[in-house]
Ligand binder design. Structure first.
Ligand SMILES: [Zn+2]
Length: 150
């Protein structure tokens, strides 16, 4: 195992605790290194989450039969387990989708294109990137996009 590439969650916590002024004052190179670490920490959380939810769903399937199990007329338990399983699978799928976003952001870091809005190509605010390290759009485009769609 290459330990150098392991996510460092203590470092991420320290970074998340920085004030906005300290965040803005970081040299670009260090800011990007912190964002990379944040993405790696997020990635390992999401992987664990997805695996755990998938395991839970599998377990529910085993103890309660297939997803289209007949509703148990007396207890209603069969139906509930099927709903729990669907919920776990949906959550696992959204964890997988977030993982794909994280990987995209890591690829952008590798290519030197990280932190730019995909619509207007302006830099995305650091505070926004720290809160959502795989943000694709700046706040303006994000909000503009939402209004246009309505
Ligand atoms: Zn934009």
């Amino acid at each position: 195992m290459a330990e150098r590439t392991l996510p460092d969650s203590e470092r991420a916590e320290a970074y998340l605790a920085l004030g906005d002024e300290e965040l803005e004052a970081l040299p670009e190179e260090q800011f990007l290194a912190e964002q990379r670490n944040l993405l790696l920490v997020e990635r390992s959380h999401l992987e664990q989450q997805a695996a755990q939810l998938k395991a839970e769903a599998d377990q529910l399937a085993q103890t309660n039969g297939p997803l289209e199990v007949q509703f148990d007329e007396e207890s209603g338990e069969g139906g509930t387990a099927a709903i729990d399983r669907e919920r776990d699978l949906a959550l696992a799928a959204s964890a997988q989708a977030a993982l794909a976003e994280v990987d995209d952001a890591l690829a952008k870091l590798d290519h030197g294109t990280y932190g730019r809005c995909e619509v207007c190509h302006e830099p995305i605010a650091r505070a926004r990137l720290r809160a959502l390290p795989y943000a694709r759009l700046c706040v303006r485009c994000k909000e503009g996009g939402l209004t246009r769609r309505r």
